[in-house]
Write a protein that binds this ligand. Structure first.
Ligand SMILES: Cc1cc2nc3c(=O)[nH]c(=O)nc-3n(C[C@H](O)[C@H](O)[C@H](O)COP(=O)(O)OP(=O)(O)OC[C@H]3O[C@@H](n4cnc5c(N)ncnc54)[C@H](O)[C@@H]3O)c2cc1C
Ligand code: FES
Length: 271
């Protein structure tokens, strides 16, 4: 059940170029949030900007976490792209912030057979929403494909290393790793995954990336879920500002914030 609640800023630090980590003490949301769900954060005291902004929770520590000092904390990794995220960079320690969450439907985590290939494919800030999955699947070997425009846009590498993932990196300008998109990179290694009986792909990134991935895996045996990035008005299903077309004949238009943001990739109709 989503809550509208106050949290307290515990840190807000630039980690590189346009990227910042915001830590918030908010036990009710830290206790409930699941991989792939998101929060809507009020970024301004006044009406500029008026609308809350959606963010994945990158790390969260429930009351049951073994390290007492981390309990109740959640972290957002954000890129400064416009007015709202610019405001966020001014948040100070001990400041109160207003958030709504957990929102949306996260990744489904079926009982994964062994052996299974589990592949995470993230483009840009999309990789952030996949990190909680890695934390939940820590006893499995994950193949993680991380993409970005340049080396400055490659995120979470150290985190995935700690999760013992096999990491492959792609940059569109060739400044780090494979020269090309993260989908091109996955395509170049896909054969290895096809040989295995079951392959689960979890992905998140810009629409063009997910569309390219959908084309690539079409008619393959992969089970593929994608978290969609859409512009959001309310974040909880009221405004219908975030709809996506699906091939469900009963409800062809579905709300990214409510029925998603995670959908089976094959269900999306790319227009
Ligand atoms: C479910 C979800 C989870 C997200 N998680 C994260 C996260 O963990 N970290 C992070 O940095 N960002 C994340 N985003 C994107 C983030 O919400 C936007 O970057 C933010 O709302 C931009 O606000 P702004 O006021 O700074 O930019 P604006 O001034 O509103 O826009 C600046 C530019 O960014 C583009 N833009 C804004 N929002 C989106 C969007 N949702 N999708 C594509 N383009 C957009 C605009 O078209 C414009 O070009 C997420 C989005 C969704 C829907
Ligand atoms: S953002 Fe309002 S319905 Fe999705």
């Amino acid at each position: 059940m989503p809550l509208q609640i106050e949290g307290i800023v515990i840190k807000n630090e630039r980690i590189k170029s346009l990227y910042f980590v915001l830590g918030i003490y908010c036990p009710p949301i830290a206790n409930q949030i699941k991989p792939g769900q998101f929060i809507m954060l009020k970024v301004s005291e006044n009406s500029s900007p008026l609308l809350r902004r959606p963010f994945s929770v990158y790390k969260s520590y429930p009351d049951s976490h073994p390290e007492k000092q981390k309990r109740g904390r959640l972290f957002i990794l954000y890129k400064r792209v416009g007015k709202g995220t610019q405001k966020m960079t001014t948040f100070k320690r001990n400041q109160k912030v207003d958030l709504i969450g957990p929102l949306g439907k996260g990744f489904s985590l079926p009982a994964l057979p062994s052996p299974a290939n589990i592949v995470l494919i993230g483009g840009g800030v999309g990789i952030i929403s996949l990190y909680p999955l890695a934390a939940d699947l820590k006893d499995k070997t994950l193949s993680v494909f991380i993409g970005g425009k340049t080396r400055k846009d490659i995120l979470c590498v150290e985190d995935f290393k700690k999760a013992k993932s096999i990491i492959s990196i792609a940059t569109e300008d060739g400044s780090l790793g494979f020269h090309g998109t993260v989908v091109d990179l996955f395509s170049s290694q896909m054969k290895a995954f096809k040989e295995n009986k079951k392959c689960y792909i979890y992905s998140c990134g810009p629409i063009a990336m997910l569309e390219a991935l959908a084309r690539l895996v079409k008619s393959k045996r992969f089970i593929c879920e994608a978290s969609l990035e859409a512009r959001m008005g309310c974040g909880f299903g009221a405004c219908w500002g975030c709809v996506v077309k699906t091939n469900d004949p009963k409800t062809p238009y579905q709300r990214v914030c409510k029925e998603g943001p995670v959908f089976p990739l094959e269900d999306i109709v790319w227009e």
